[in-house]
Design a protein. Sequence first.
Length: 260
Amino acid sequence: MIRILFFSCVVILLNACGADQVKSQVNLSSPASVRSVEREFSKCVKDVCVTIELSFPAYEEQSGLDNFLNAEIQGFVKNALSWGDRKADEYADYEEAAEDFIAVFEKAETDGFNGMDWFFTLEGSEAFRSSDLISLRFSTYHFTGGAHPNGFQTLLTYDLKGEGAKVEDNSLVLDEKRLLEIALAKFRAYHEVADGVSLEDDGRFFLDEGRFFLPQTMGYGDGVFLLIYNAYEIGPYVIGVTELEIPIEELGGVVRQPLF
């Protein structure tokens, strides 16, 4: 009996240790512990200037998951700022990437290939958090010459039940056919396409051999599933960004349902 009790205690203790290990893997700083990094870089060559404004979340590094997300955010910012010949992974951090962006501007200006102000703005934030998923949203807006500035929306979703693995969009969608049907109805309403008129006959949109398609950017927002078509993805620049919001509770069996 004593031996049975001993081994029972050992099993309980081992299970308790295992639970602590899992808890440490999924631990993430509370929203109140997430700070915002605000940085600005600028440089002028005579009367022409470049300005970089960055704002993104940083976690307090209380766990491996915090560190993982910080590294993911750092990588995204570096990649967004990679404007010259160097690749994002060649930069030690986003500050070095920003300085190189400025160096590209200086060279273009001193070589006589510019003559206009440049700017780059990046804003990042938590768009959504449940007990098992987190979506980070980034908005970039920049001008480096040309006819007009360009902007881009990005959603990155991570699984909090492991070690923060990135969740690809095709893993979020459970029923692509049904999501396409719902998205098409939302899209037509958003752009006020007349009843009885197909998107192809409307003439404003870029289609995939005449067919509607899901965007490259999707993820979670506050109680909604987001489908974001960036400029030029499904229409000309003048159409801008098309952002469709679908309540998560309406998508049971269609997209992965977060745990609350």
